[in-house]
Write a protein of this length. Structure first.
Lengths: 177, 477
């Protein structure tokens, strides 16, 4: 029994073609599909109907954690665990604890943002079916692709192929799963 | 870019069509209308090609210079901190000058990658990668000095709040401890930002090496590219993450040099105890950093023939930022003098007279001529268009900014409140060699970077070409 393919891939040569095609795919009602571009194409996320990225939620969580870590670290070390009088200054004050907490806010936000981005993008993932396509490397060079997955409810091998052709896709190929 | 790209859209108000106002052409960020694949070939070609002979020569010289730092540090650790020129009243001189100098250089890299990103200055794309690399390597060089300055370097880990057998914790009331966190956060976040920016280009290199049959290289680049494949859904998260990183790096870069200036400003030493220090240090840091960016990028542009990617427009922009920040630094020098007089504090007043006319007057006037006069030449277009002259002027900026830190630290410490303890700091040979060697350390790292990593952000450069715009010049909003 032939295995179910991963989906269909179509090539586009310019950003304007890709942009129009992406709008058409969205309007046609596909859900499991993607574009492959060498750089972020301006406005393509809207054309594809993508929601705003939720990376900022990770960042906020990281930032709050960082700030609290800084404040509690300084309180614990200087005002609780081992009190040491230095220059007659108070054991704890949010004022002198602020610079370090501020830096830790930024440090934790950075890790959370990057970690969140990797998590949402499913990286690191060293294998993906589209990487088998022999021309895929030009997707990181100078060409643009639209991939429609077989998992999509509207996918049908002949119909989707015809649709991709109609919206201007060239060199339409089936991707192995 | 031709003016037809800016032709008025049909939706423009009738009056605009009637008077047809002159359109200021936007300068092209990639000249000669280069294609996407040209950009990939140009940038990846540097990594893929054979190692040029000049590279080996530069690398050998850089290693030789770096050996001065290594030798200086080995001698220091094996003999003792006395081999440095520290003595009363300057117990904190030469290494801290070098530390502040190198940290300051790093700041332009973050300014270019973060602040200019938030301000949507698209010209940053061709220089941000190299400038970020410069930041990281400058932080490496900066870190050497405070770490060894603690005296017993094997106890340097006491700087971090790790439990130790003395049961004593760090003193978080001291700006020096704040500095530990500021600099280590700065180094870490700079590396992360640099790496995230590089992922798409590493993926391009992975694919190109795989296509060329160089599997070992393809695997190594592939490992670091983490399976990036240019998916538009991934780009959306990626762009958001990049924007947030830029957003948090902006307060970071401002805070780092602010905290470095607190090392001085929080003390009671005349000439240090001023509120102008944080903004003045930040402006100086960006000024020196742009000096270093120009020093590095102009030779690279010539060697790798990158004139289409680093255009005259880019050089103009960098010169203008140098001019702006240089003028701020000049203003701060003048304001320090004014406040010393206006504040009517005799110690403060004496410190500034002593700065300009005391035993370190020679250093003060080198600083003023390099930092105040040199950048003013960038007002002239003819100067900005002469790349050799710009390069020479950038060297003066670097020199002047080193002297600025030297003047701030030495003039105040050698003339403190008690005249019987006045002195004069002379660096020893070990001091000078250790500092000289850091230029080698920096160059070794930078040469490795241009040999093995994509020198420019290819994906970002493609995105600022005219053909990347799906609306073909129809700028909405």
């Amino acid at each position: 029994m032939p295995e179910q393919p991963y989906g269909l891939i179509a090539t586009f040569e310019t950003t304007a073609d890709l942009y129009r095609a992406a709008e058409r795919v969205r309007i046609a009602g596909y859900r499991d599909w993607d574009c492959i571009t060498p750089f972020p194409v301006h406005g393509l996320d809207k054309a594809m109907g993508q929601k705003r990225s939720i990376v900022p939620r990770f960042s906020l969580t990281g930032g709050i954690t960082g700030f609290c870590t800084g404040m509690s670290l300084i309180w614990y070390t200087d005002a609780y665990d081992y009190r040491l009088t230095v220059g007659g200054k108070p054991f704890f004050s949010p004022l002198f604890a602020f610079p370090v907490s501020y830096e830790l806010t930024i440090l934790f936000t950075a890790f959370a943002t990057i970690g969140g981005m990797f998590f949402l993008n499913g990286l690191s993932k060293l294998y993906h079916p589209v990487l088998k396509y022999e021309n895929i490397r030009r997707g990181l060079d100078d060409l643009f692709f639209v991939v429609i997955e077989a998992a999509d409810k509207r996918y049908d091998p002949a119909g989707t192929r015809a649709f991709l052709q109609e919206i201007g896709g060239k060199d339409i190929q089936e991707l192995e799963a | 870019m031709s003016s037809s790209d800016h032709a008025l859209a049909d939706s423009a108000p009738a009056i605009l069509r009637e008077v047809s106002p002159a359109v200021l052409p936007r300068p092209a960020l990639v000249e000669n209308n280069r294609s996407f694949s040209w950009i990939s070939d140009k940038i990846c070609g540097i990594v893929e090609g054979k190692t040029p002979v000049w590279w080996w020569w530069c690398f050998a010289v850089a290693c030789f210079i770096a050996s001065f730092t290594v030798a200086g540090l080995i001698y220091l650790v094996s003999t003792g901190i006395g081999v440095w020129g520290h003595r009363n009243p300057v117990n904190w001189g030469w290494p801290i000058v070098n530390f502040v100098f190198w940290i300051g250089i790093g700041h332009a890299g973050t300014l270019i990658s973060a602040i200019l990103c938030l301000l949507r200055q698209k010209w940053r794309t061709s220089i941000n990668r190299a400038a970020e690399a410069m930041t990281i390597f400058a932080v490496v060089c900066a870190g050497i000095f405070p770490v060894f300055h603690v005296g017993r370097v094997w106890y340097a880990w006491f700087l971090f709040p790790l439990p130790n057998s003395n049961y004593i914790w760090q003193n978080f009331r001291s700006p020096l401890e704040w500095d530990v966190f500021a600099v280590s956060t700065y180094g870490t976040v700079s590396v992360l930002f640099w790496y995230v920016g590089m992922i798409p280009d590493l993926a391009t290199l992975r694919d190109r090496f795989a296509a060329a049959g160089r599997n070992m290289r393809a695997r190594i680049y592939g490992f670091f590219a983490m399976g990036w494949r240019g998916s538009a859904r991934a780009w959306s998260n990626y762009e958001m993450a990049y924007l947030i990183l830029a957003g948090i790096s902006t307060p970071l870069v401002l805070s780092v040099h602010t905290i470095v200036s607190f090392d001085f400003a929080v003390s009671l030493i005349p000439g240090w105890h001023t509120t102008i220090f944080p903004p003045y240090f930040v402006a100086g840091a960006i000024f020196s950093g742009f000096g270093m960016v120009l020093t590095l990028m102009l030779p690279l542009r010539a060697v790798y023939k990158l004139e289409d990617l680093i255009t005259q427009y880019h050089i103009d922009c960098m010169c203008k930022i140098t001019l702006a920040t240089g003028s701020m630094v000049g203003y701060a020098y003048a304001m320090e003098f004014f406040i010393a007089w206006y504040g009517a504090n005799p110690y403060e007043g004496f410190t500034f007279i002593n700065r300009a006319f005391g035993p370190y007057a020679w250093a003060y006037w080198i600083m003023v001529s390099c930092n105040v006069i040199t950048p003013q030449l960038f007002w002239f277009k003819s100067v900005r268009r002469n790349t050799t002259l710009v390069w020479v002027l950038s060297l003066f900026v670097n020199l002047g900014m080193w002297f600025e830190r030297f003047v701030i630290i030495c003039t105040s410490l050698t003339r403190d409140f008690l005249p019987s303890s006045w002195g004069y700091l002379s660096p020893t040979v070990v001091d000078i060699f250790t500092f000289f060697g850091t230029f080698g350390v920096f160059s070794v790292l930078f040469l490795l970077f241009i040999r093995f990593l994509p020198l420019m952000a290819a994906a970002e450069l493609k995105a600022v070409t005219p053909q990347a715009d799906p609306h073909a010049g129809d700028h909405h909003g």
